[in-house]
Design a protein. Structure first.
Length: 288
Protein backbone atom coordinates (compact mmCIF):
# COMPACT_ATOMS: atom_id res chain seq x y z
CA UNK A 1 0.00 0.00 0.00
CA UNK A 2 1.19 3.51 -0.84
CA UNK A 3 0.37 6.95 0.52
CA UNK A 4 0.85 9.70 -2.12
CA UNK A 5 3.47 7.55 -3.84
CA UNK A 6 5.39 6.61 -0.67
CA UNK A 7 5.27 2.97 0.59
CA UNK A 8 3.23 2.73 3.81
CA UNK A 9 6.07 0.89 5.62
CA UNK A 10 8.33 3.91 5.01
CA UNK A 11 5.69 6.30 6.32
CA UNK A 12 5.27 4.12 9.41
CA UNK A 13 9.02 4.01 10.06
CA UNK A 14 9.32 7.80 9.77
CA UNK A 15 6.33 8.28 12.10
CA UNK A 16 7.90 5.99 14.74
CA UNK A 17 11.17 7.90 14.58
CA UNK A 18 9.37 11.22 14.98
CA UNK A 19 7.34 9.86 17.90
CA UNK A 20 10.49 8.69 19.68
CA UNK A 21 12.19 12.04 19.08
CA UNK A 22 9.14 13.85 20.46
CA UNK A 23 9.16 11.67 23.59
CA UNK A 24 12.86 12.07 24.24
CA UNK A 25 13.07 15.79 23.48
CA UNK A 26 16.00 17.66 22.04
CA UNK A 27 18.32 16.98 25.01
CA UNK A 28 18.33 13.17 24.93
CA UNK A 29 18.65 10.51 22.25
CA UNK A 30 17.79 6.83 22.63
CA UNK A 31 20.78 5.75 20.55
CA UNK A 32 23.34 7.40 22.86
CA UNK A 33 25.22 5.50 25.55
CA UNK A 34 25.95 8.55 27.72
CA UNK A 35 24.75 12.08 28.24
CA UNK A 36 27.09 15.09 28.10
CA UNK A 37 28.93 15.89 31.34
CA UNK A 38 27.51 18.65 33.53
CA UNK A 39 29.80 20.16 36.15
CA UNK A 40 33.08 22.00 36.63
CA UNK A 41 36.74 21.26 37.35
CA UNK A 42 35.92 19.88 40.82
CA UNK A 43 33.15 17.46 39.87
CA UNK A 44 30.88 16.53 36.99
CA UNK A 45 27.91 14.23 36.42
CA UNK A 46 26.47 12.33 33.47
CA UNK A 47 24.02 9.50 32.83
CA UNK A 48 25.10 6.26 31.15
CA UNK A 49 22.94 3.60 29.53
CA UNK A 50 23.11 -0.13 30.15
CA UNK A 51 21.77 -3.12 28.28
CA UNK A 52 18.34 -4.43 29.27
CA UNK A 53 18.52 -6.88 32.18
CA UNK A 54 18.41 -10.52 30.96
CA UNK A 55 15.00 -12.10 31.53
CA UNK A 56 13.71 -9.02 33.35
CA UNK A 57 11.01 -8.06 30.90
CA UNK A 58 10.43 -4.37 31.45
CA UNK A 59 13.48 -3.55 33.60
CA UNK A 60 16.11 -1.24 32.14
CA UNK A 61 19.56 -0.45 33.51
CA UNK A 62 21.43 2.82 33.66
CA UNK A 63 23.84 4.66 35.91
CA UNK A 64 24.73 8.05 37.36
CA UNK A 65 28.44 8.64 36.81
CA UNK A 66 30.15 11.14 39.11
CA UNK A 67 33.65 12.38 38.31
CA UNK A 68 35.67 13.89 41.17
CA UNK A 69 38.84 15.94 41.09
CA UNK A 70 41.66 14.16 42.99
CA UNK A 71 41.53 15.07 46.67
CA UNK A 72 37.76 15.67 46.68
CA UNK A 73 35.03 13.39 47.98
CA UNK A 74 31.25 13.11 48.09
CA UNK A 75 28.81 11.30 50.37
CA UNK A 76 26.97 7.99 50.67
CA UNK A 77 23.19 7.77 51.23
CA UNK A 78 23.96 8.11 54.98
CA UNK A 79 26.87 10.56 55.38
CA UNK A 80 27.88 9.76 58.97
CA UNK A 81 28.95 12.44 61.44
CA UNK A 82 28.73 15.28 58.90
CA UNK A 83 27.82 16.05 55.32
CA UNK A 84 24.66 15.65 53.28
CA UNK A 85 23.56 12.76 51.04
CA UNK A 86 22.84 13.30 47.34
CA UNK A 87 19.30 14.35 46.41
CA UNK A 88 17.84 12.92 43.19
CA UNK A 89 15.01 14.61 41.26
CA UNK A 90 13.73 12.48 38.37
CA UNK A 91 10.40 14.33 38.10
CA UNK A 92 11.19 15.68 34.63
CA UNK A 93 11.48 12.18 33.16
CA UNK A 94 9.01 10.75 30.64
CA UNK A 95 7.61 7.22 30.45
CA UNK A 96 9.23 6.41 33.80
CA UNK A 97 7.24 4.18 36.17
CA UNK A 98 9.74 3.20 38.89
CA UNK A 99 13.41 3.87 39.59
CA UNK A 100 15.82 2.47 42.17
CA UNK A 101 19.26 3.90 42.97
CA UNK A 102 21.89 1.31 43.95
CA UNK A 103 24.90 2.24 46.07
CA UNK A 104 28.38 0.74 45.69
CA UNK A 105 30.14 0.03 48.98
CA UNK A 106 31.43 3.27 50.55
CA UNK A 107 34.38 3.86 52.84
CA UNK A 108 34.98 5.74 56.06
CA UNK A 109 36.50 9.20 55.53
CA UNK A 110 38.06 11.53 58.09
CA UNK A 111 36.87 15.09 57.79
CA UNK A 112 37.88 17.84 60.25
CA UNK A 113 38.10 15.33 63.10
CA UNK A 114 34.78 13.69 62.20
CA UNK A 115 34.07 10.35 60.57
CA UNK A 116 32.00 10.55 57.41
CA UNK A 117 30.91 7.92 54.88
CA UNK A 118 31.34 8.34 51.17
CA UNK A 119 33.53 8.10 48.09
CA UNK A 120 36.88 9.74 47.38
CA UNK A 121 37.09 8.51 43.78
CA UNK A 122 35.06 8.53 40.57
CA UNK A 123 31.99 6.34 40.85
CA UNK A 124 28.87 5.05 39.13
CA UNK A 125 25.57 4.70 40.98
CA UNK A 126 23.65 1.96 39.11
CA UNK A 127 19.94 2.48 38.37
CA UNK A 128 17.04 0.06 37.89
CA UNK A 129 14.12 1.48 35.89
CA UNK A 130 10.77 0.35 34.55
CA UNK A 131 8.80 2.25 31.88
CA UNK A 132 5.08 2.99 31.96
CA UNK A 133 4.74 1.96 28.32
CA UNK A 134 6.83 -1.13 27.63
CA UNK A 135 6.98 -0.33 23.92
CA UNK A 136 8.46 3.15 24.29
CA UNK A 137 11.88 4.35 25.48
CA UNK A 138 12.36 6.21 28.75
CA UNK A 139 13.44 9.84 28.62
CA UNK A 140 15.44 9.98 31.85
CA UNK A 141 16.06 13.45 33.26
CA UNK A 142 17.89 14.02 36.53
CA UNK A 143 18.54 17.06 38.67
CA UNK A 144 21.20 16.03 41.18
CA UNK A 145 22.06 18.12 44.24
CA UNK A 146 25.10 16.85 46.13
CA UNK A 147 28.06 18.04 48.20
CA UNK A 148 31.74 17.77 47.39
CA UNK A 149 34.52 18.32 49.89
CA UNK A 150 38.25 18.84 50.01
CA UNK A 151 39.35 21.07 52.90
CA UNK A 152 36.01 22.85 52.63
CA UNK A 153 32.66 21.50 51.46
CA UNK A 154 30.65 23.16 48.70
CA UNK A 155 27.24 22.35 47.20
CA UNK A 156 27.04 21.14 43.61
CA UNK A 157 24.18 20.72 41.15
CA UNK A 158 23.91 18.95 37.81
CA UNK A 159 21.12 18.53 35.26
CA UNK A 160 21.50 15.66 32.80
CA UNK A 161 19.26 13.71 30.43
CA UNK A 162 19.46 10.52 28.39
CA UNK A 163 17.11 8.34 26.37
CA UNK A 164 16.95 4.67 27.36
CA UNK A 165 15.65 1.97 25.05
CA UNK A 166 17.48 -1.06 26.47
CA UNK A 167 19.66 -1.83 23.46
CA UNK A 168 23.33 -2.76 23.43
CA UNK A 169 25.57 -0.24 25.19
CA UNK A 170 29.31 0.34 25.15
CA UNK A 171 28.99 1.39 28.82
CA UNK A 172 27.90 -2.12 29.82
CA UNK A 173 31.27 -3.32 31.24
CA UNK A 174 31.66 -0.22 33.41
CA UNK A 175 28.09 -0.41 34.64
CA UNK A 176 28.44 -4.12 35.41
CA UNK A 177 31.62 -3.39 37.40
CA UNK A 178 29.75 -0.79 39.47
CA UNK A 179 26.89 -3.21 40.11
CA UNK A 180 29.39 -5.80 41.36
CA UNK A 181 30.46 -3.30 44.05
CA UNK A 182 26.93 -2.97 45.47
CA UNK A 183 26.65 -4.85 48.81
CA UNK A 184 24.48 -7.95 48.51
CA UNK A 185 21.75 -8.82 50.99
CA UNK A 186 22.81 -11.30 53.65
CA UNK A 187 21.29 -13.06 56.65
CA UNK A 188 22.43 -12.61 60.22
CA UNK A 189 24.44 -15.61 61.45
CA UNK A 190 25.23 -17.10 58.02
CA UNK A 191 28.92 -17.63 58.81
CA UNK A 192 29.64 -19.94 55.87
CA UNK A 193 29.96 -16.91 53.58
CA UNK A 194 33.35 -15.20 53.05
CA UNK A 195 31.97 -12.14 54.85
CA UNK A 196 29.13 -12.31 57.37
CA UNK A 197 27.71 -10.76 60.52
CA UNK A 198 27.81 -13.69 62.90
CA UNK A 199 26.35 -12.30 66.10
CA UNK A 200 24.70 -9.20 67.57
CA UNK A 201 24.33 -8.74 71.32
CA UNK A 202 23.33 -5.92 73.61
CA UNK A 203 25.18 -4.61 76.64
CA UNK A 204 25.27 -1.62 78.98
CA UNK A 205 22.63 -0.04 81.19
CA UNK A 206 19.50 1.81 80.11
CA UNK A 207 21.35 5.15 80.11
CA UNK A 208 24.25 3.94 77.93
CA UNK A 209 23.10 0.96 75.85
CA UNK A 210 25.15 -0.32 72.94
CA UNK A 211 25.22 -3.21 70.51
CA UNK A 212 28.20 -5.51 70.04
CA UNK A 213 28.46 -6.75 66.45
CA UNK A 214 30.77 -9.60 65.43
CA UNK A 215 31.80 -9.74 61.77
CA UNK A 216 33.39 -12.93 60.40
CA UNK A 217 35.73 -12.62 57.42
CA UNK A 218 37.48 -15.64 55.93
CA UNK A 219 40.14 -13.63 54.09
CA UNK A 220 41.55 -12.01 57.23
CA UNK A 221 41.24 -8.57 55.64
CA UNK A 222 40.25 -5.52 57.64
CA UNK A 223 36.51 -4.87 57.96
CA UNK A 224 34.57 -1.63 58.21
CA UNK A 225 30.98 -1.40 59.39
CA UNK A 226 28.22 1.18 58.91
CA UNK A 227 24.79 1.41 60.55
CA UNK A 228 21.61 3.12 59.32
CA UNK A 229 18.34 3.74 61.12
CA UNK A 230 14.84 3.06 59.80
CA UNK A 231 14.53 6.51 58.15
CA UNK A 232 16.76 9.38 57.09
CA UNK A 233 15.88 11.24 60.30
CA UNK A 234 17.94 8.79 62.36
CA UNK A 235 21.55 9.86 62.99
CA UNK A 236 23.30 6.76 64.30
CA UNK A 237 26.98 7.05 65.22
CA UNK A 238 29.51 5.03 63.28
CA UNK A 239 30.32 1.63 64.83
CA UNK A 240 33.82 1.54 66.35
CA UNK A 241 36.20 -1.46 66.52
CA UNK A 242 36.59 -2.99 69.99
CA UNK A 243 38.49 -5.94 71.42
CA UNK A 244 37.05 -9.32 72.39
CA UNK A 245 36.03 -10.87 69.08
CA UNK A 246 36.38 -14.64 68.54
CA UNK A 247 39.25 -15.87 66.38
CA UNK A 248 38.76 -14.96 62.71
CA UNK A 249 36.25 -12.25 63.53
CA UNK A 250 36.23 -8.52 64.22
CA UNK A 251 34.00 -6.85 66.79
CA UNK A 252 32.33 -3.44 66.62
CA UNK A 253 30.39 -1.43 69.20
CA UNK A 254 27.37 0.63 68.14
CA UNK A 255 26.18 3.19 70.66
CA UNK A 256 22.38 3.37 70.66
CA UNK A 257 22.11 7.09 70.12
CA UNK A 258 20.75 9.40 67.45
CA UNK A 259 17.07 8.45 67.33
CA UNK A 260 14.79 11.32 66.18
CA UNK A 261 12.45 12.98 68.73
CA UNK A 262 9.65 10.65 69.80
CA UNK A 263 11.30 7.51 68.37
CA UNK A 264 12.60 4.59 70.39
CA UNK A 265 15.16 1.89 69.65
CA UNK A 266 12.86 -0.92 70.78
CA UNK A 267 11.86 -2.84 67.64
CA UNK A 268 13.66 -0.42 65.31
CA UNK A 269 14.92 -1.83 62.02
CA UNK A 270 18.66 -1.22 61.71
CA UNK A 271 20.57 -1.84 58.50
CA UNK A 272 24.23 -2.87 58.80
CA UNK A 273 26.68 -2.65 55.89
CA UNK A 274 29.97 -4.53 56.25
CA UNK A 275 32.80 -3.90 53.80
CA UNK A 276 36.04 -5.88 53.48
CA UNK A 277 38.15 -5.44 50.36
CA UNK A 278 35.98 -6.26 47.36
CA UNK A 279 33.33 -7.98 49.52
CA UNK A 280 30.35 -6.10 50.95
CA UNK A 281 27.06 -7.19 52.52
CA UNK A 282 23.91 -5.61 53.95
CA UNK A 283 22.20 -7.20 56.96
CA UNK A 284 18.94 -5.79 58.36
CA UNK A 285 17.87 -6.68 61.90
CA UNK A 286 15.30 -5.56 64.47
CA UNK A 287 16.50 -4.35 67.86
CA UNK A 288 15.01 -6.15 70.84
Amino acid sequence: MRLHGVPLRQVTAVWLLLAAASLLGSEACAAEDASPWDGDARSAVRLIAGTRMPGSGASLRAGIEIKLKPGWHTYWRYPGDAGVPPHFDFSGSQNLNTIEVLWPAPRRLEEAGLSTIGYDHDLILPLRLTPRDLHQPIALRLKLAYAICEKLCVPAESSVALGLAGGESTQEPRLAAAEAQVPHKATLGLVSAPLSISKISREGDTDHPRMLIDVAVSTGKQVDLFAEGPTAEWALPLPVPVAGAPRGQQRFALELDGAPPGATFAGALINLTAVSGDDAIEVPFHLD
